[in-house]
Design a protein around this ligand. Sequence first.
Ligand code: ZN
Length: 504
Amino acid sequence: MTPISLISAILLLVAIGLILTLVSRYLSMKKQYKLPSAQENRENQGSADSLVDTQGFAQRLARMIQIPTVSWTNHSKRDLKLFSQFQEELITLYPRVHETLKREVHGNFGLIYHWKGKNSAKGKNPDQKPVLFLAHYDVVPAEEKGESWREPPFSGKIKEGILWGRGTLDIKSQLAFQMETAEILLAQGWQPDRDIYFAFGGDEEIAGTEGAQNMANIFKERGMSFEFVMDEGGVIAQDQLAFLKGQPAALVGLAEKGMVTFKITAPGESGHSSMPGKEGTAIGRLARGVVRLEKKSFPSRLDPVIQNMLERFVPHVSPGLGIIFANLWLFSPLIRFIFSKNKTTDSLIRTTQAVTVFNSGEQENILPGQATCLVNHRILPGDTIGQLLKRHKQVLKDKGLTLEDAGNWPANDPIKAGDPGGSGFQLIQKVLADTHPGTIAVPFLVNGSTDSKYYRDLTEQILRFTPLLLKPEDIATIHGVNEKVSLNNLENGLKFYLQLFSQL
Ligand SMILES: [Zn+2]
């Protein structure tokens, strides 16, 4: 054999080996991530369906929407009476829950409910840890800027199968699902095996320090821990990912990015604008620093949660794409390249930085004494606030610029990801097979910040998920205009919760 033909033979063998590896990984994931069948719980589902009163449920949620529990960054603008009115309204809407469950009110915003389980009462099964369901009942303002609401944001109007208003998607619906489910099950004489807790905050939209953080500390003081904690963060997304061709995907947030805002300050010498120094003003100095930061985005990386999300799509995409998703060990650079072309997917593969506030100068003929800006970051798991600080100092290349945590919102490193093999994710997947057949449950990285971050030391599994099926145009209404939810969506979400509770 000549050396050339030997090399060709080796290359051919390598190519065959590679193709076999790619294909066998594809075939094995195609099998492994097939959707579970709905058969086994069909009987349960029938009985759950008959308990749902969709109209009544929508009307109860409408009552919640009609109380404008608006969170303002300027805290003094909040109307605290409305928050206590909301808490009182729950007592009227859900009498059984309030007869049976122990309710605690903490501060202006915190509401904890404790539903004692059968085993807890008798101390039977100490291994059966309680579960905790979270939601928040504050909403962002609904002032009309530009485009206006088709129905007033706090009307709670129900028209042609749609419930309108601020909070229908973010996230009074989640609170309503949980209360309605408990009310229905109590009417059936049902009691959970394990303890169930609810913790509702009223200031999530402005950091959650008075509601969720306070309640999490109370649970910690009591030495508690939970099998899982369920909060908002992911939904059932439809038409969000073109390659799924309309098939819905339940994005279960198992990981959450961290957050920090840095304040950068450039010093300057104030004085008469007719005699500026050669080096320019504080504004120029800070601007040069900002340009250097913006030129250098953070490196991209496929987090294990995103990898597993793509792998679970394997059975539902074309074979070509399936082979790529099943072999991220080889195709990660390609996926990252594609993700980086769109701002939504780009935010899933790197720590982001956004200069959101820039302050300096008072008058056109006065040199500013300093310039400051705020740079907000959403931190990819694997990075830390400490690393970000170090990196920025290098990139800014100006020792005169000072960098500090802006401190308006509590900063946090990324939250440790939950395991898709854990009991919580498995349960969601199983229930969805019954209530939302054809929906692919996948782990997801939430790039916003939720109340659940305060509970990170209280459980190994945080599940950020609301069973509402949303299209991109629905998602655009969250924090925007025309937020609304269809009654059909509410009905299916309630069935999901009924199934979930009955299997706890
Ligand atoms: Zn929310």
